[in-house]
Design a protein around this ligand. Structure first.
Ligand code: GDP
Ligand code: MG
Length: 367
């Protein structure tokens, strides 16, 4: 049932409405018999009473809206994540890439760290996401979210395949994301780039020149060798994927990074996956909500909008969301607030139950 009143809901469950009111009150929700319960509250209370009530959640409603037609879909830039074993050069490679992006005609340069960056090569955009924390990845994958389109697997030519190399390959396979291999540190005397290729065959990562599916590029992050070649290869790989999204919709995507800034308050870096985000938009991010006061791009400039595959900082949220949280724009700010509050409530309840190891029913029985 959608938008059922407390009375209707009680009738549906065959219980006295005062029982529902009591449970709502325990959750800090003061409602009367004739007032409408939100879908999440309905699910929450029903669940607590051991009943399964199927509610068409806002998420599901939104998912229906996600059914964009072919005509709605427009090409979008690739979103790339650099992965690999510790010390194989992920950070150095990202630095070299950003430097190249800046040298290739970007005005200003990268002034701040927001967990993502954008580079342009031959007029084409590539969005790089800093390898997010494990929890963020897990959270996003649990929601079935595909955040990255291409994984750049960094393997040091003097070290070869190591445990985290294999982890990254497994992650890419699970997420069905193509791998471009950057064989790094080719400047080192002990570098054996072809040995890296041989080792990777065992894990199903096979160079195109050997009849496989993977593009390989030899690079030196330190000496900035092969960086343009790598960027062009990423574009080639992206072109095969024919990445598209609907830019003419209310924006949605994921939180990459978030923190509390002394001067600016809660700041969240989000990746827009669909729609166009604009200042003034009513947004919910996890259990946080608000109106977008300003958008700041990776170069530290105020942005008029953020389109699919753009990373951008959002200012104006009520609290700091968590990396991996979904964000979504609503037409009406009240809807954003409602969903944020329901999510917060759910989280509080889950934490409470986990802590006390008892259900709400147990609580009532004891009072
Ligand atoms: P991460 O742990 O994967 O982020 O690796 P880092 O980028 O921090 O690099 C680890 C070490 O390898 C640092 O001392 C880098 O200076 C060094 N390094 C990274 N790339 C190269 C390279 O292309 N050549 C050489 N010789 N050293 C490199
Ligand atoms: Mg690093």
């Amino acid at each position: 049932p959608q938008g059922a009143t407390v009375g209707e809901f009680a009738e549906l469950l065959g219980v006295n409405s005062s029982e529902i009111i009591k449970k709502l009150f325990m959750l800090g929700q003061v409602l009367t018999v004739t007032q409408t319960m939100t879908d999440e509250l309905i699910e929450l209370i029903a669940d607590d009473m051991g009943r399964k009530v199927r509610v068409v959640s806002p998420e599901e409603e939104y998912a229906v809206v996600y059914n964009d037609t072919e005509a709605d879909l427009k090409p979008r830039p690739p979103v790339v994540t650099v992965m690999g074993h510790v010390d194989h050069g992920k950070t150095s490679l990202l630095d070299a890439i950003r430097h190249t992006g800046v040298a290739a005609g970007e005005a200003g340069g990268i002034t701040q760290h927001i967990g993502a960056s954008v580079v342009n090569i031959n007029g084409r955009q590539i969005t790089f996401i800093d390898t997010p924390g494990h929890e963020a990845f897990t959270a996003m994958r649990a929601r079935g979210a595909q955040v990255t389109d291409v994984i750049v697997l960094v393997v040091a030519a003097d070290d070869g395949v190591m445990p985290q190399t294999i982890e990254a390959i497994n992650h890419a396979k699970a997420a069905k994301v193509p791998i471009v291999v950057a064989v790094n540190k080719i400047d080192k005397p002990g570098a054996q780039p072809d040995r890296v290729r041989q080792e990777l065959v065992e894990y199903g990562v096979i160079p195109e020149e050997w009849g496989g599916q993977n593009m390989f590029v030899n690079v030196s992050a330190k000496q900035k060798l092969g960086i343009d070649d790598l960027l062009e290869t990423i574009i080639l790989q992206a072109d095969v994927l024919e990445l598209k999204a609907n830019p003419d919709a209310l924006a949605s995507g994921f939180v990459i990074e978030a923190n509390l800034d002394k001067g600016r308050g809660p700041v969240a870096t989000v990746l827009v996956q669909r729609g166009t985000l604009k200042p003034g938009d009513a947004v919910v991010a996890g259990t946080s909500h608000g109106r977008v006061r300003a958008l700041v791009n990776p170069r530290g400039e105020h942005a008029k909008e953020a389109r699919p595959s753009d990373p951008v900082e959002i200012l104006g949220l009520s609290s700091v969301p968590t990396a991996g949280d979904e964000f979504r724009v609503f037409e009406d700010e009240r809807d954003a607030r409602k969903l944020a509050e329901e999510r917060a409530l759910r989280a509080r309840l889950a934490a409470q139950e986990a802590k006390s190891h008892m259900s709400l029913d147990d609580l009532f029985n004891r009072i």
